[in-house]
Design a protein around this ligand. Structure first.
Ligand SMILES: CC(C)(COP(=O)(O)OP(=O)(O)OC[C@H]1O[C@@H](n2cnc3c(N)ncnc32)[C@H](O)[C@@H]1OP(=O)(O)O)[C@@H](O)C(=O)NCCC(=O)NCCS
Length: 434
């Protein structure tokens, strides 16, 4: 028996069990042997929303939510944001080590040569209404790429996986930019291979009649930092969707579409858009106390606050705050920043937020930065999806190569009627109101 173990007495049978403890966890399957008799299925755990369940072993991202620590492959997020480019970090997340110079050159070259969309894929986008939400367009277009690359179904082939990874990281900014151009009725702009990842994204978004797009280096750098901050965040809702869908061996384009769909919700990546709407509703600093009272009364949540894992300041919010200064020097201060800072100050002194350990998360300040850079709120979550694609793909690779993983299939506690005889329609009477 392992030295670290849990002794359990089943008071139903008085039987005792030794359950090994490994890495601070017990294996849920070890509970199955706890039975009242041969016909008993065995004990299960009940954990709605995965509040206390590890679904995998992962070496990608480390978070200590109480201390406010975030590391990719062991490197603190602050160091990566200060010293790396996004593509360097994407390489680290995907392959486990920071690239050497030749490896980085080759990686950047490979991504740069996978940025174009098939012309027919551009036409998928044309079918959307002008006011379609960019996240809906992004999710659908990524899913549609599955039909363009049928060989992506070879998910057990490492070479095929690497090719799809390069395609997805390369094409995501192109799709994102085209959703924006579609909304504005502007012609789509082809990628420019002379530019960096973020400069090229800005080129595809904002180039008009000029023959060559000149990205503002401060904005391009700030966008790159924001991409680094959003690259991965361990087993969040969208990473879990990616792993769950891909566990059926669905191709990565369809799995990424599922992950992006999960990201779109206001409790996940959609929160940055909601923060801006909230700051608009608040309107001025003098309205903050009344707004906070309504939050405390349970009328609505303070968007951009709180986190399942962080019970301390989200370290990404701290990095955004220091990166914001350089952006505001170029763009001028976003007036919403004043409201946000005051909102944070008041909330962090309030017993309601202190007691529940509710701090600003990454979405609280990212939207203000994005808006200052010239993005409109509808595209904020798309800006989150671009870098998170690297994280989703790393989670996918890790899942598919983990011999312990199988198709994801949780159990349930059935609460419906056990067995009933069919009732013909004319004998059913008036049903209770649904
Ligand atoms: C992120 C989030 C979904 C985490 O949810 P969770 O881990 O399930 O936490 P809970 O909803 O159980 O919250 C615990 C308590 O704090 C409160 N709370 C959580 N976030 C809150 C917020 N943003 N504003 C006000 N109260 C909040 C809950 O109402 C609950 O209070 P109670 O104990 O009196 O019932 C949640 O904090 C939230 O909805 N935040 C706003 C959306 C957001 O910014 N999302 C981006 C995340 S990066």
């Amino acid at each position: 028996m392992s030295e670290e173990a849990l002794s359990i007495i089943d008071k139903r049978t008085q039987a005792t069990y030794e359950i090994p403890i490994c890495d601070g966890t017990i294996r849920a399957m070890d509970l199955r042997k706890i039975k009242t008799g041969p016909d008993d299925f065995g004990l299960m755990t009940y954990d709605p929303a995965f509040m206390n369940t590890s679904s995998c072993r992962s070496g990608i991202t480390f978070i200590d939510g109480d201390k406010g620590i975030l590391r990719y492959r062991g490197y603190p997020i602050e160091q990566l944001a200060g010293k790396c480019t996004f593509l360097e970090v994407a390489y680290l997340i995907l392959f486990g080590e920071l690239p050497t110079e030749p490896q980085l050159t080759e990686w950047v070259d490979q991504i740069t040569h996978h940025t174009m969309l098939h012309e027919t894929s551009k036409r998928f986008l044309e079918g959307f209404r002008w006011n379609a939400h960019p996240m809906g367009m992004l999710v659908s277009t990524v899913a549609a790429l599955s039909t363009v690359y049928p060989e992506a179904k070879q998910v057990l082939d490492p070479d095929s996986r690497k090719l799809q990874i390069m395609r997805l990281i390369g094409k995501m900014p192109t799709i994102a930019a085209y959703t924006y151009r579609h909304t504005h009725g502007f012609p789509y702009i082809y990628p420019d291979n002379d530019l960096s990842y973020t400069e090229n994204f800005m080129n595809m978004l904002w180039r008009m009649m000029e023959p060559k797009y000149q990205a503002n280096p401060v904005i391009a750098k700030a966008l790159d930092i924001l991409f680094i901050l959003h690259a991965d965040h361990e087993q969040n809702c969208s990473a879990n969707a990616m792993r769950a869908v891909a566990s059926s061996q669905a191709d990565p384009f369809l799995s990424i579409a599922a992950a992006a769909a999960a990201l779109s919700g206001p409790l996940h990546g959609g929160a940055n858009e909601e923060v801006l709407k909230m700051l608009d509703v608040i309107g001025s600093k003098s309205n903050i106390p009344a707004y906070i009272e309504k939050v405390k009364a349970g009328q609505f949540k303070l968007m951009g606050f709180g986190h399942r894992i962080y019970k301390n300041y989200d370290p990404r919010a701290n990095v955004i705050k220091w990166a914001a200064d350089s952006v505001f020097e170029v763009t001028g201060k976003n007036p919403k920043l004043e409201i946000a800072l005051e909102l944070e100050r008041i909330a962090l002194e309030d017993e309601y937020f202190i007691k529940r350990k509710l701090y600003p998360n990454v979405d609280f300040y990212s939207g203000i930065m994005y808006q200052a850079m010239g993005f409109s709120p509808e595209i904020f979550t798309v800006l989150f999806a671009i870098p998170r694609t690297a994280g989703w793909l790393a989670q996918w690779q890790e899942m598919i190569t983990d011999p312990e993983q199988k198709i994801a299939r949780p159990r349930q506690i059935y609460t419906g009627p056990m067995v009933r005889d069919f009732v013909p329609i004319e004998q059913r009477g008036v049903p209770a109101a649904v």
